[in-house]
Design a protein around this ligand. Sequence first.
Ligand SMILES: Nc1ncnc2c1ncn2[C@@H]1O[C@H](COP(=O)(O)O)[C@@H](O)[C@H]1OP(=O)(O)O
Ligand SMILES: [Mg+2]
Ligand SMILES: [Mg+2]
Ligand SMILES: [Mg+2]
Length: 353
Amino acid sequence: MSSYAKELEVAQLAVQRAAILTKRVFHEKAKGTVSKDDKSPVTIGDFGAQALIISALKANFPEDEIVAEEEAAQLKEDSNLRQTIWELVKTTSLEDEAAEKVLGGAIKSEDDLLTMIDYGNSKGGAKGRIWAIDPIDGTKGFLRGGQYAVCLALMVDGDVKVGVLGCPNLPVDDAAPLTAGQESGQTDEGMGCLFSGVLSEGATSRPLTTGALSKEKSISMKAIKDIAAATFCESVEAGHSAHGDQAEIAKKLGITNPSVRMDSQAKYASIARGAGDIYLRLPVSATYQEKIWDHAAGDLIVREAGGVVTDIKGNRLDFTVGRTLANNKGVVAAPAAAHPKVLEVVKEVLGQK
Ligand SMILES: Nc1ncnc2c1ncn2[C@@H]1O[C@H](COP(=O)(O)O)[C@@H](O)[C@H]1OP(=O)(O)O
Ligand SMILES: [Mg+2]
Ligand SMILES: [Mg+2]
Ligand SMILES: [Mg+2]
């Protein structure tokens, strides 16, 4: 019996339900029922998914703190937006009575919707049980039909114990090649994967559908015999990680495969199941602090799949210092055996600058 069995079950179902909401928003955008304006679908999806996840956490773990990306201020002023989100939230469920019961059922009112969203305002820190939520990570990917992730992690005294990533546009098949998503008109068929990790208990994947528990499989990183044959993942956005430095590092490692660019923590999930090998996220800005909700779940899932995740100096990601990773710069994630070499080259390339 897992030491975090209840937390894991709630987290998986909560992410699954939130992912259903995000998919509805995407499809309604395509149909024109939600404005195609770039901001509105993201906003609707972000707020709706965050509210649904938090209501599940509050129903089960009322004492826990929550660090979530969004806040309700904008919704308090915009009643149209609020009503659109409320309509969506109140009509999104897992369509599985037992599972809905685990999540504590629906949100009761429009006021509760705002209350739920703002429960995510914890400052984080080194003490106690704190959940980190990114309701939609990879907003650009989400809008494009590319990769995005619904992200949830539980930290206890700053240590990530449970991590769950819902990736609606990643293939269910762990052996499928790396994909940047369904930008090219690919359908939902065979898509949608839920990744989980529990500290010291390994990492798994399963289809992002109700009743998929029996299809849960353990995942692990690919053992790379030769780093030169590796594939690395990086952000699509050049503003989020330094493509130039990453290309130089890859070249020095002898890597000739082109990088696979995808948005969101789908990168962590992809390397964890061996679809890719290395994730490089070298800083572009001297001042940007990475947010804990962008890394907590992925960091644990990769480590539980046999990887090592550090910053560019080789330090573990430090989730104890609040809502951001103020003590870290960048991310270097690779299979344990390859990580020292990758880090050495990262330091070499950055040292020359
Ligand atoms: N300058 C930056 N450096 C690194 N990450 C950033 C930067 N600006 C925003 N981000 C965050 O990167 C995440 C997406 O990463 P990726 O490129 O890997 O998909 C988003 O959560 C985004 O935050 P935000 O949601 O606030 O825009
Ligand atoms: Mg994010
Ligand atoms: Mg987000
Ligand atoms: Mg954002």
